[in-house]
Structures are given as C-alpha cells and as structure tokens.
Design a binder for this molecule. Structure first.
Ligand SMILES: Nc1ncnc2c1ncn2[C@@H]1O[C@H](COP(=O)(O)OP(=O)(O)OP(=O)(O)O)[C@@H](O)[C@H]1O
Length: 744
C-alpha cells in the first residue's frame, strides 16, 4: 500500500498536465476566434474550430478543483486514478481516467463480496487542489480489515452543510446509482425512488455519461424540465461542473418560447386541461374556425356583385381540408378556392341576360381575368376570408375558445358539462401552466402564420444551398480516425446546423437557439418530478424529442397534480410501447432515519403499500413539535431559526418573511433541501404536500402548530419554548458501524 504522500505527488503531476492542456485549449480557442477569411468555407471552418475548442475548454474547466478523487488498486498491482476527466501523459499513457470511462466503473461498483479484480479503493478528501486525507476500502478477503472507507466518504458528503446549489456526486456515486447512470438503454428510462434517493443527482450524471458516450447528442442540446425556477437554479450548477453546458432548463410553464407562466389552475381545470380529451377539443376548435356563412356574403365588383354562399364556402373548405395542410397553411388554398368560384360566378353574372360568355371562350377568359384581378384586391373578399378562415395564433384560438360558451359548446361537446364549464375563463386572464401544452398542441394544429412561413422557406432554401458544402467541410475535418475520448467536429455541429448558422451568422449557443425555437428537437430530455406531468405535457415532450431519449425522474407518492401520472405505464406506454425501462432507488441519502420514520408514517397513512426509502444515516436528533397560540406562531418560528446552516420554513400558504430562513410552500420546496426545516401548521397540508415537506431536511426538523396534529405525526417529540436538542452522530441502517479508517 502506498502512502497518501505518493498520491499527492501523482496528483500534483495531474494538475501540471491539466494546466498545460487548459492553456493550450485557451490558446487554440483564441486562434480559432481570430481566424481570418469571410468566405462561407472559411467561416464554416472557423465555426467548427471555435465550437470544438469551446467544448474542450468547458470540459477542462470542469476539472479544476477535486480533479482526482479516487484510486483503485488491482490484484496485479495496477493503480488507476479516477477523476472528473481523462488525462494522457506525453506518451499517450493514461494518467487519470474519466469517471465515465469503462475503466473507472469498478471504482463505484466493487464490493468486498464482488471485488471485480480490485484489492483496494481509495477516496481522497480534497479542498481546492489539496489532498487533505484519504479513506481506504479494502476489497480483497485477505486484505479486509473491517474498514468502511466508501461509507466514510459518503457519510462525509451527506453530512456536509447544504448552503448553496446542488453539487455533483462523482466522488461517491453508489453502486445502485451507477447502474442507472450507465444504462445503455436508448428509450425512456424511468428513475423512481422516494424523496432524497438521489434521483435528480443520478439523472444529471446520466446526462453527463450519455454526452460522454454519445457526443453527437450534444449537437441538439439537452432539455432539463423541473417543477419550478428555484429548483432549476438549485440544480443548474451540476452539469456545468461535469463539463456539460449545452443545457436548457425550463419549467412546464416555460416550454413555449415567448411565454413564461407559473400560474396554476385549480385542480379540476388542471385535470381537464391535462387530459387527452383536449386533443379532440382543440381539433374541433380549429375546425369550428373554418366556417360557412349563415347568410351569403356580398362582394361588390365594378360591374357585378358576387356572393359567398354557404355552398360555395363549403366546397372551398372541402378543397382546403383535402390537402391535409394545417389550418394556417391551408388558408391560402381556401382563399384561392373562394376566389376561383367567385370569378366563375362573376363571369356568369356579368353575361346574364344579354350574352352567354361561356359560349365565347376568349370573352369568358377575359372576364374571368378581370374578375380575378378585382377580387384579388377586394377588401370585402379579404374581410370575408378573414371571417370564414382566419389566420390564427395559438393564443387567439384558445382565448376565443375559453371565453365563448358557444364555441366551447361546439368544440367540447363530448366533454361532460361540468368539465366543459371549468374551461371557461375571463378574457385577458393570464395563461396557466396547464394552458401551455394546449397552446403547443394548437400551434401544431394551426401551423405557422404566413410571415413565419415565408421566413422559413427563405431560410430552408439558403440552408439547402449551404448543406452540401457544410457536409464537405465536416468530412474534411473528420478524416482522421478519432480515439474514444476525442470530440469530433461532426459530433458537435451537424451539417444542417452548420449550414443554417453560416447563413444566419448565428452566434448563439446551441442552448440559446434551442430555448428560442418551439420546434427545436433535443438530443436528450430529463424530466424531473415527472409524476406531475399530464398526458398533454407528455405530448409536448415527445414533440421536443421524437427519439424519446428521455430520463424520467419521479416518485408517484409525491404526486400533487390532479392531472399527474397514476402509473408510469399510463404515462409512457402510449409514447414508447415496450421501449421504456424502469429502475428503482431505495436508499435515502438526504433525510436522516429519525425524520424518515415520521415521513414513513405519513406515507403509510396516505399511500398504503408504498415503500419509503431506507435512510443511509441517522443523526441522533429527534424531530420535535411545538404547539403555540395562533397569534404566537410567527414569533415562535422566528425564535426557532438558530442560524445553524440553511433553514427553510415550509407553510401551507404564504407566510411572512423570516430572517435567516427561506420561506416556501410545499410546492415551492419540491426537489430542494435544507439543513433545518421548520414546518408550520402541517395539519393544514394535504398528505402528499406533507410528505414532500417532511423530507426536505438533511439534519433537523421542527414542527410549529396551533391546532391538533394528525395521528400520523405521533413520533414528533413535544417541546415547549426554545430548547436546543442534543446532537449525537451515529451511522444509519445502511452504513457500517465501524469507524472509518483515515489515512493522513
Ligand atoms: N451517491 C451520493 N453521494 C453523495 N450525495 C448523494 C448521493 N446520492 C444522493 N446524494 C445527495 O442526496 C441528496 C438528495 O438527492 P436528490 O435531490 O437527487 O434526491 P431526489 O431523489 O431527487 O429527491 P426528491 O424526490 O426529494 O427531489 C442530494 O444532496 C444529493 O447530493
């Protein structure tokens, strides 16, 4: 066994190498940015070079602190250092193995029972670039000395104060998590588990793993969908810390570019709007905007007045619908059909009574041409087409539908009257989160408006011209065979994107472009808190990622939305029959055993049969409850904020600010965690909210209430006034009771 000082020397060499690589990447990026030439070819080459170097630099920046966090010793004496990225020495021999590489896998999965060819795993505890000490995990039977190095590293990570954003877990990924992170499955992967089992952490590490093993996914970027902006902010540092930056973070209310809402419907409206019945309602609402007039509409020409009759409009509508185009795209077909028919009517009407123009084809042709020219400029005809087949935005369609009982009666005829009634809204009311998938669906049914269509046609034409050229550029750049770790130009910039970018001189990153484009197709999508998504939300996500490369994270027991998933099969069978896979995480890494026991009682009462996670540790601190008079509640909460780490006050409804604490509702607390949680009036929370709120604490939980508590909270220790609980640290159900071996 080598000393930690030997390791420190090796790690110092790793940093030297790392610094040299980073300096080289910085130089090459600057050189690429300065590159001269303005021909399309030179611009294309520059674009690719800048992108390759930016990506390389992004990955190298991720390496910084804690570059190397572990080492494995194989039976044959081979020593492998594992870190945030891979480094080769000057002879191209590996000095450091990327945590995602196959050679690093045993670091996470070997156990004394199944050592996978290893005799030892060593975890380094680091601060900045310094190695503070190391914990060993002896894996061979001969060498087994009862140490619990891995547990020590894990427990240290779990016990650390939670003051800032979520951190990555590369140094302490557990075997059950590693299996999910490295799953080769390409369809939707559901990661299910109770609160704090590391679902979010695992999903984000899985993204980093997928981008490492399939770099071409980076070309289309990754979408991470989370329940609320605070949660997204909380997790947003994890992927950049792993070197991945082409990520778009959004809440379900932000999936439509140009619209951002966090406003919620009441449960009934959310349920109806989230149901698949809305697909037919919207299709009917669009069809209802393709009208025939109740009374003929007169269009006056110089010599004659023609009329759009119900029969004429119906025939034009039939022609427009038969083409299979979407509403806005079919509008010109409808307009042309009306104009054709009116021109024929004009020819007949002009000649009526004094000549028969149809018997003189030249005369008929002249009259027809004149009529068409006049009709083309007729404001009356334009107004009539606008009335019968208006160009619509999704917002217009939905606002007109929800504010008109008549339109709702037609489009939502198949809905029960009570469901139809909840769709009504006052004009001008803000859009809600549940409206977003409806607007997206409407955008699909309507198609782009005329102005956007012309822009798109022009862009496509230009892109098609550039496409062959861009493909040649990429072929030229990628002629050399690449080794596994090397990023190839074609992995990062597809010919299609490159061609588009050259034409538009588009300097936006992939993430910026993706976020601004409703029709962007992502390489991979992570859906967090997926149990909250409605059937209509899933349709949006499938449009954003038709390959269904999804990592789906959720816990059915934490569902609070009336439109949310009742089973994964119900959510996914429709979109990926036989193609989705399901994995369960069972160990709770956030919440200590004492608090988890309380949460488990609540779960048992509200979802009998659901299994709570098994806590990885216990703290010896028992959660307490303090009853106060209603008018003392606020003061009592302030008194309990002890300034020891991060504190959340979670209340069923908006609660006044508390100095030193973050005040949240259970909904806002989803996915977050704090050292201390003070729960206010939990008896007023519904069971799913209470379960979420109880499981946010990493160390301490206190409950303040003015009314009787539900029986499920019987484990809370009553307390009066302000008392400081004694703190003793013990290991939990899943941890060895042995003291860790610390080498310094
Ligand atoms: N292997 C690990 N090593 C260190 N910390 C871990 C590990 N796995 C999970 N954690 C920590 O446990 C906490 C909970 O993880 P995470 O938020 O991913 O859980 P979750 O299952 O998504 O929870 P919830 O359902 O409540 O949102 C985080 O602080 C995370 O960093």
């Amino acid at each position: 066994m080598s000393s930690v000082d030997d390791d420190r020397r090796h790690i110092a060499l790793l940093y030297d190498r790392f610094d040299a690589e980073r300096a080289a990447a910085e130089r090459e990026l600057v050189a690429a940015q300065r590159g001269s030439g303005s021909s399309p070819g030179e611009r294309a080459l520059r674009e690719v070079a800048v992108r390759v170097q930016t990506m390389r630099l992004g990955r190298l920046r991720a390496g910084g602190d804690g570059l190397c966090f572990g080492r494995t010793d194989a039976v044959d004496g081979t020593r492998t250092f594992v870190g945030r990225l891979g480094l080769l020495d000057e002879d191209l021999e590996p000095m450091l193995i990327d945590w995602r590489a196959p050679a690093a896998r045993a670091f996470y999965t070997a156990t004394a029972a199944r050592p996978e060819g290893l005799v030892r795993r060593r975890h380094f505890r680091t601060r900045g670039r310094a190695v503070l000490d190391a914990h060993d995990d002896v894996l061979s039977r001969e060498g087994a000395d009862g140490s619990a190095g891995a547990d020590a590293a894990l427990l240290a990570a779990l016990d650390a104060p939670r003051t800032g954003p979520m951190r990555d877990i590369v140094a302490t990924i557990q075997a059950e998590q590693d299996e999910i992170i490295r799953l080769g499955h390409t369809g939707p992967t559901v990661i299910e588990g109770g609160p704090g089992t590391g679902k979010t952490a695992v999903a984000l590490h899985r993204v980093a793993y997928l981008l490492y093993t399939h770099p071409q996914l980076a070309r289309r970027g990754v979408l991470v969908l989370g329940p609320h902006p605070r949660f997204l902010e909380y997790i947003s540092a994890v992927l950049p810390s792993l070197g991945e930056t082409d990520v778009v973070f959004a809440t379900p209310g932000e999936l439509l570019p140009g619209l951002a809402t966090g406003r919620e419907d009441d449960p009934d409206a959310a349920r109806v709007k989230g149901s698949l019945a809305m697909v037919d309602v919207l299709a009917a609402a669009v069809a209802d905007r393709q009208e025939v007039p109740a009374e003929p509409i007169a269009v006056e020409l110089d010599d004659v007045t023609v009329e759009i009759t119900a029969e004429l409009a119906a025939a034009a509508r039939e022609r427009a619908v038969a083409g299979g185009l979407r509403h806005n795209e079919a509008r010109p077909v409808f307009a042309a059909a009306v104009l054709d028919a009116l021109a024929e009517q004009a020819v007949d009407r002009i000649g009526a009574g004094w000549l028969a123009p149809r018997e003189v084809p030249e005369l008929a042709a002249d009259l027809r041409a004149d009529a068409r020219a006049e009709l083309g400029g007729s404001p009356q005809l334009h107004a009539a087409v606008d009335a019968l087949w208006p160009e619509l935005t999704p917002q217009r369609l939905l606002a007109d539908l929800f504010t008109s009982p008549e339109r709702l009666a037609v489009a939502a005829a198949a809905l029960p009257p009570a469901d139809r009634a909840v769709l009504s809204r006052a004009d001008g009311a803000d859009w809600t989160v549940a409206d977003v998938p409806l607007l997206d669906e409407a955008a699909e049914l309507l198609g782009p408006q005329a102005a956007a269509r012309s822009r798109r046609v022009r862009a496509r034409r230009r892109a098609a011209e550039g496409l062959g050229y861009a493909a040649d550029v990429l072929r030229l750049l990628d002629t050399e065979p690449a080794d596994d770790d090397e990023i190839r130009a074609a992995d990062l910039v597809g010919a299609d994107l490159l061609a588009e970018r050259q034409e538009e001189v588009d300097h936006r990153t992939i993430a910026e472009r993706a976020a601004a484009d409703r029709e962007w197709v992502y390489g991979h999508v992570v859906v967090d808190e997926a149990q909250e998504l409605s059937d209509m939300d899933w349709r949006v996500l499938v449009r954003r990622c038709p390959t269904r490369s999804f990592t789906v994270v959720g816990d059915l027991a934490q569902r609070r939305s009336a439109a949310g998933a009742r089973s994964w099969a119900a959510a996914l069978d429709r979109h990926a029959p036989g193609r989705w896979t399901h994995r369960v995480l069972t160990v709770g890494y956030r919440t200590p055993a004492e608090i988890m026991a309380v949460a488990a009682d609540v779960l048992a009462a509200h979802a009998p049969g659901a299994t709570p996670p098994e806590a990885a540790r216990s703290t010896g601190v028992r959660p307490w409850a303090r009853r106060v008079q209603p008018d003392e509640l606020e003061a009592a909460v302030r008194e309990e904020v002890d300034g020891d780490g991060s504190v959340a006050v979670i209340a069923p409804s908006p609660f006044p600010d508390v100095p030193g604490a973050t005040v949240l509702t259970p909904r806002e607390a989803k996915g977050l965690e704090f050292d201390t949680v003070l729960l206010v009036e939990p008896q007023r929370m519904d069971a799913a909210d209470l379960y979420v709120a109880l499981t946010r604490a990493t160390q301490r939980l206190g409950v303040l209430h003015s009314e009787r508590l539900p029986a499920s909270l019987h484990r809370l220790v009553p307390r009066r006034g302000h008392q400081v609980p004694a703190r003793s640290s013990t290991t939990g159900a899943n941890c060895s009771r042995n003291e860790p071996l610390t080498l310094t």
